[in-house]
Design a protein. Structure first.
Length: 83
């Protein structure tokens, strides 16, 4: 829980993209659930569904990052300060 939130915040700060942090989190959570002996197949299945839904949700953002047209978090925050 808390470590995932901290991980997401750190990745967002490092990469400047919320999408990248979210996508990496979607990938890491099922992997950790799979390799941990404490989680059932139901939990692993739910995290895989979350991974699929998250990737679909962020597909447009992924395309914009690849094309170089996605706005970073810092540029959005700077723009709001100038208004």
């Amino acid at each position: 829980g808390l470590s995932a939130i901290i991980f997401l915040i750190l990745l967002t700060i490092i990469t400047d993209y919320i999408s990248i942090g979210s996508i990496l989190l979607y990938l890491i959570v099922p992997t950790l659930a799979f390799y941990s002996a404490n989680y059932s197949n139901i939990v692993i299945g739910c995290t895989l569904i979350l991974l699929i839904v998250g990737m679909i949700k962020h597909w447009i953002n992924i395309q914009r990052i690849i094309n170089g047209t996605e706005k970073g978090l810092r540029s959005v925050l700077r723009k709001d300060k100038n208004i």
